[in-house]
Design a protein around this ligand. Structure first.
Ligand SMILES: Cc1cc2nc3c(=O)[nH]c(=O)nc-3n(C[C@H](O)[C@H](O)[C@H](O)COP(=O)(O)O)c2cc1C
Length: 178
């Protein structure tokens, strides 16, 4: 089983710590794992040229196509973004917009997705952020199997929260078995 995590945080912080721990759990149960940090990748913004509507492909030459191929071949996607204004981060939104050529790709249908969205504010904001994040897998007909939106704010908060890290490890183990 191949588990691919994509991190849309702009810093080495909570989202990354949570994704790494989920992947540790999955690897412990025999999965092949990979973490892609979007802050390390050259993924340009969609230019809205709409060329993909005629050709089925995007003319921008950057690292997006390689990431998309990995998505297609993963059994489970773990998508992570910090909550920014009850929504995804700019990096994650930029990435999602580049899916314009691919959101109807039938290879994505029913693919399992775990959504991770830490936020510093209360439950209402974190729930609103998560429901915004959910739109992307839903539009692609992927299947959201788990959601995690813990309240953490300072960059090392998640990593130092033993209870949260234990929960993430268990979540990683569970997604391999389910
Ligand atoms: C621009 C910006 C907007 C934010 N907006 C929200 C918000 O609406 N709701 C919330 O719960 N947290 C909000 N936060 C806090 C982050 O979601 C929180 O610090 C999160 O843990 C960051 O994850 P990271 O360390 O992976 O980047 C915001 C942070 C920034 C920088």
């Amino acid at each position: 089983m191949k588990i691919l995590a994509i991190n849309g945080s702009h810093r080495k912080g909570n989202t990354e710590a949570i994704l790494k721990k989920i992947l540790d759990g999955a690897a412990g149960n025999g999965a092949r794992i990979e973490l892609i940090n979007l802050y390390d990748k050259n993924v340009e913004a969609c230019k809205a040229c709409m060329g993909c509507e005629n050709t089925g492909t995007c003319k921008i030459q950057d690292e997006f196509p390689q990431i998309f191929e990995k998505m297609v071949h993963a059994d489970v996607l773990v998508l992570g973004s910090p909550n920014y204004f009850n929504n995804v981060s700019g990096l994650m939104k930029n990435f999602i917009d580049r899916m314009n050529a691919h959101w109807q790709d039938t290879r994505l249908e029913s693919k399992k997705v775990v959504l991770v969205m830490p936020g510093g504010q209360g439950k209402e904001s974190r729930e609103k952020g998560m429901s915004a994040f959910e739109q992307f897998p839903k539009i692609c007909k992927m299947k959201v199997v788990e959601r995690l939106s813990p309240q953490v704010d300072l960059p090392k908060e998640a990593k130092n929260d033993e209870k949260l890290m234990a929960k993430c490890l268990e979540l990683g183990k569970k997604i391999v078995l389910s």
